[in-house]
Ligand binder design. Structure first.
Ligand SMILES: Cc1cc2nc3c(=O)[nH]c(=O)nc-3n(C[C@H](O)[C@H](O)[C@H](O)COP(=O)(O)OP(=O)(O)OC[C@H]3O[C@@H](n4cnc5c(N)ncnc54)[C@H](O)[C@@H]3O)c2cc1C
Length: 592
């Protein structure tokens, strides 16, 4: 098949250095994140954050557990832990000797593994069900083999061998999905091979004239940004999971980052891609805009590993912004903060990131403040006095909005003027760059809290939706109320933590993230109880006009809801597309 030449106009392209290899063991296998970081109870019985990567690293966080006790209405004894049973028992491995011999003859031994801990890690992402299963339950099926290709040719080879020897393939990016997308179908009797793309992590070229780059699909966000930054560029895609999720995973899940207001969602950033599919290769560089009928490469967006393996993509890149400034604003209540967001979107002066926390999340952010002593403690008390007593903000109603402005110095200055003027009009009070930066960066450390709280009998998770401006406030209220009702109906302990934030803005609506947690000590089958409540919340979201997902995807978690969002004809199209491209169901991960 004729393919257009790759890298045709390459004279001015920069060829970046490959990324620094990640040290082995850098990432935890049984909990979120880097092995050197995370919350723990120290010898003095206080909560602290280990490591040195984040602003709260190495700091004691005295208010977290007392605050959680108040909100959850239960006593949390730091010494009372639900010991993790990781690694839980693995199902028997389904070997395929002929395939394994063929792979061993073509790939180096160090790029094939049947190590149980490796198989286990490749059989899940980061839903509460996933993390519960690896600590307190069991995964019914995991991959039987993991391979690490280093080139598109090797990906093609793995696919050819899988077809020849009757195996099933599941592409693996960073393993950070939150939809059970990497859960292996328990009924799958073929050998399942997890194809881990993370050794394909290079930015192949940067085109500074056209502001494009070709990036291999297994590169994590951190690796991409490090390679681009050396040449004065950024991708601008910053999901909360940026440290560990990959370009291929972002494409396969329709990901969205915190700075989408400026740089766009993944489908806006990726211009074209290369993929290895059972039907053959998809391989072309698209022009800046085209009218060529449906482009099959676009079907890979949201494909969740079902249609083939994305090997690289040509993306937009943006000059590293000359100016980057954080900000924050306090509002008297969620409604006025929300009205401010609407006005910001209508003004056209939308900062790279605008996030509005509800009161509970604002309180949560305060509870995560590291211990302050001496002058810093005094300053904190004075600030609180000023905000609550002098400016009249009610601690039980007030909300916070964090802002990140990026662009040229003039652009940022103009946006700041417009945004703060609108904030004042909605009763907002500027709360400073320091608080804005703290709130923004805390996102990366908060990702570690779920595993910590799980050890202390608190089960939590986040889930998202998008909804029209006109329906958003009602949706937030309905979902929280439903969670409280369902929690009470089941007689679960204490009170639920049900909170939300608005994270992305569109002309027509917003993305809303919910955070939900409850105390599960003494609850039989707590993970399933949680899953039931999450399903009830999704039912409420759909009933209130929200979407099935804004950016997490469908996976297996939200699959049962698909008939509520697509017509029978649309579902038939989806099934037929899959069946015609992959008639043998080589990509048998069972998603979407
Ligand atoms: C703490 C935390 C924060 C998060 N924040 C965000 C956020 O801000 N925004 C957001 O969008 N998501 C977020 N997520 C969800 C998750 O990070 C995204 O869904 C991400 O896009 C998954 O990428 P991954 O590389 O980890 O993919 P994986 O989890 O490895 O895989 C996800 C799916 O994509 C398929 N896949 C992976 N690579 C390829 C490939 N090269 N070709 C074909 N299919 C492939 C897999 O088979 C699987 O079905 C968050 C998750 C966590 C745990």
């Amino acid at each position: 098949m004729a393919q257009p030449a790759r890298n045709a106009a390459s004279a001015h392209r920069i060829l970046p250095e490959p990324p620094v290899p990640r040290p082995p063991g850098e990432e935890s296998l049984d909990v979120w994140g880097f092995a050197d970081s995370g919350f723990r109870v120290n010898a003095a019985g206080q909560v602290e954050f280990r490591g040195a990567r984040y602003a709260i690293s190495g700091k004691v966080i005295p208010s977290l557990l007392p605050w959680a006790e108040t909100i959850l209405g239960v006593a949390l004894d730091p010494a009372d832990r639900h010991a993790s049973g990781y690694p839980t028992a693995l199902p028997p491995r389904l070997a395929n000797e002929s395939l394994e011999r063929a792979l061993a003859s073509r790939l180096p031994a160090e790029r094939i593994s049947t190590d149980p801990s490796v198989l286990l890690r490749h059989g899940h992402g980061h839903t509460q069900e996933d993390m519960w299963a690896v600590k307190h339950g069991r995964l019914a099926r995991v991959p039987d083999l993991v391979v690490w290709p280093v080139s598109e040719e090797e990906v093609r080879l793995v696919l050819e061998l899988a077809r020849e020897h009757g195996a099933c393939l599941v592409p693996f990016g960073g393993g950070t999905n939150v939809t059970d997308a990497l859960r292996c179908p328990p009924e799958e009797r073929r050998t399942i091979v997890s194809v881990d793309l993370r050794r394909m992590n290079r930015v192949l070229w940067i085109d500074p004239v056209n502001q494009t780059a070709e990036i291999q699909a297994g590169a994590t966000g951190l690796e991409i940004e490090a390679q681009l930054d050396r040449h004065g560029f950024t991708l601008g895609h910053e999901p909360d999971s940026i440290e560990h999720s990959t370009l291929g995973g972002w494409i396969a899940t329709f990901a969205s980052g915190m700075k989408k207001n400026r740089y766009g969602n993944i489908e806006d950033i990726v211009l074209s891609l290369r993929a290895v599919t059972p039907e053959g290769a998809l391989a072309r560089e698209a022009a800046p805009r085209e009218s060529v009928g449906p482009d099959p490469a676009r079907w890979l967006f949201g494909s969740e590993g079902q249609l083939g393996i994305v090997t690289s993509a040509v993306t937009k890149v943006f000059p590293t912004p000359a100016c980057r400034r954080f900000g924050s604003v306090l509002f008297h209540d969620f409604e006025s903060g929300f009205a401010f967001l609407h006005a910001v979107q209508r003004s056209g002066a939308v900062p790279a990131s605008v996030r509005l926390m509800d009161n509970l999340q604002f309180q949560f952010g305060q509870a995560l403040r590291p211990e302050r002593r001496g002058l810093a403690a005094l300053k904190g008390r004075l600030e609180r006095f000023f905000v609550t007593r002098l400016r009249g903000f009610d601690p039980a109603r007030m909300v916070a909005c964090t802002l990140l402005f990026e662009g040229s110095v003039d652009e940022v200055a103009a946006q700041e003027r417009a945004v703060y003027r609108l904030a004042a009009r909605h009763g907002g009070m500027r709360a400073g760059a320091e608080n804005g930066e703290r709130g923004y960066q805390l996102t990366f450390a908060i990702a570690y809290i779920r595993d910590f709280m799980l050890d202390h009998y608190v089960l939590g998770e986040s889930f998202e939706t998008s909804v029209a401006w006109s329906e958003a406030l009602a949706l937030c209220a309905n979902v929280k109320q439903r969670l409280w009702q369902e929690h009470a109906k089941r007689g679960l302990p204490g009170k639920p933590f049900a909170s939300c934030r608005v994270t992305q803005l569109y002309d027509t609506g917003v993305c809303i993230y919910f955070y939900f947690a409850f105390h599960y000590k003494g609850v039989e089958n707590a993970s399933e109880a949680y899953a039931e409540l999450e399903r009830a919340a999704r039912d409420e979201i759909l009933g209130s006009g929200g979407s099935l997902s804004h950016h997490h995807g469908v996976g297996k978690l939200r699959q049962p809801f698909l008939p509520r969002v697509f017509s029978p004809a649309a579902l038939a199209w989806r099934r037929r597309l899959k069946a015609s491209i992959d008639p043998e169901n080589v990509f048998g991960g069972g998603n979407g």
